[in-house]
Design a protein around this ligand. Sequence first.
Ligand code: NDP
Ligand code: 2IT
Length: 450
Amino acid sequence: MSFQSSYLAKVYEQVEKRDGTEKEFLQAVREVLESLEPVVAQDPSIEKWGIMERLVEPERIITFRISWVDDNGQVQVNRGYRVQFNSAIGPYKGGLRLHPSVNLSVIKFLGFEQTFKNSLTGLPIGGGKGGSDFDPKGKSDQEIMRFCQSFMTELAKHIGADTDVPAGDIGVGAREIGFLYGQYKRLRNEFTGVLTGKGLTYGGSLARKQATGYGLCYFTQEMLSCMKNDSFAGKCVVVSGSGNVAIYAAEKATTLGAKVVAMSDSSGYVYDANGINLDVMKQIKEVERARISEYVSRVEGATFTPGCKGIWTIPCDIALPCATQNELDEESAKALVANGVMAVAEGANMPSTPEAIAVLQSNGVLFGPAKAANAGGVATSALEMSQNSMRYSWSFEEVDNKLHGIMVGIFHNAFNAAEKYGMAGNLVAGANIAGFEKVAQSMIAQGVAY
Ligand code: NDP
Ligand code: 2IT
């Protein structure tokens, strides 16, 4: 699709020229620019103030070497990134990803998305993302620690509780945040909320671990209720992934009365017609850090199928992709539609390809886009920052209630924005527009500094 607005066409062309090799980044930018057509058509100040040109260019990109010593005494070198994308509405905020597929395109697409997602939460956080091509799989705790210490030795120069506050993402959970936090504290001699997702004994927030998955279900529940007068009760659900987001999405969906019949990791998926036993899944994934195929040796009747994509051929009412970008393609979307799926909500960042989204939307499937549906994690991170600033902590119920209110609010903001601009029911457009408005207004108010 080409752009109707010559301004948007020019901005996109410039991104293609500068960053043409960054596939994931281009994909994320294109979707947002397409959604903003009616906004740009109505509001000349966006072009006048160069808002789009500025939004697609990160304020700062930091790339650095991470050297560390493995258990054999061998020196290893990885590449580290922190992309400080946009600070119009608050300190840069966003996770760190450790995965061999990490490159600048991946971190830039995540940082770009994060800017709009964080705005949607209604809380004062800007957009950023970071990570490394380090592969945590098969590494000992000591190796993970040495890597994290080396990573933080450079990262510490660029972050701070009021500057940039990283958190977890793929490959970064409580263990890694602990090692990173310890090194930051040692370097700076200060105890502040510079990272979120911290352990509960040293400044972490109750419900942060559960927040992205729970939030995804709160969003989906509101979408089902308002757009189809329906709920999770009695529904068959497929969740891809078996990491932090997937496990707590499955847990909340189950609590809300659904049956989760399948989950996956990068090696394949398990199917359990009786509903996934989450105690077993947590033991395998959170405690043992083992492969998901283990599940079938512990739960009778469950099956394992190698390969990730097949999970979308399992008949379900609700699909929650919670693994990684572009995991749900056009063919998978068609399979879901053929099996009668009624809703898809994204726990991962950009898990559905543009072609898949088109198939789902044109077939009347409710579609909750990542930057709205998975914003519960970062929203709760912002609540962790508030608690750290107050040197106080809220109960699980207090945090969970706030999270619920935030997710319901995000759904309605996205829903209303879509309606206002003549795209009723299109939550992709609605989320992009609603996230954009606050950032754009703040950039205009602050002048052309960045
Ligand atoms: P985890 O590392 O806890 O889990 C990641 C899961 O996805 C694992 O099951 C992993 O399988 C699978 N996975 C990762 N990469 C691939 C791949 N290339 N192909 C197939 N499967 C893959 O990460 P999270 O649960 O935290 O993150 C999952 C998604 O949710 C990501 O897109 C992340 O950006 C997003 N997200 C996370 C938030 C958070 O708070 N943690 C907040 C908002 C979004 P394996 O173990 O085999 O690698
Ligand atoms: O993609 C995301 O929103 C996250 N990985 C969470 C970021 C955060 O700062 O909690």
